[in-house]
Ligand binder design. Structure first.
Ligand code: SF4
Length: 90
């Protein structure tokens, strides 16, 4: 069984390769600045991971239903709702 996750794109890191859009055009789209954003949709982790690993900039993070980061650490800017990964660490 696999967890459900949402994808989040760090706009600061995204370099407009559009690999994510090619991998999942129903989930990702590029805006007028050529930056990717992900729709607010949950998918199975394994499926999302394959898509996220396509990104050469590692700009895609996967967030579980409980809000924890399941993959990626770059979800710190842009359209991300997350705090900086370093905030809770000493
Ligand atoms: S998120 Fe990654 S694969 Fe998608 S457009 Fe940005 S750099 Fe390219």
């Amino acid at each position: 069984m696999s967890d459900l996750v949402k994808a989040v794109v760090d706009r600061e890191t995204c370099f407009s390769y559009a690999r994510c859009v090619e991998a999942a055009p129903d989930l990702f789209s590029l805006d007028a600045e050529g930056k990717s954003s992900a729709r607010d949709v949950e998918r199975e982790f394994d499926q999302m991971l394959e898509i996220a690993e396509e990104c050469p900039m590692e700009a895609i993070s996967l967030i579980g239903s409980d809000g924890t980061i399941k993959y990626g650490l770059n979800a710190v800017g842009g359209n991300s709702p997350l705090p900086s990964p370093g905030d809770d660490h000493q």
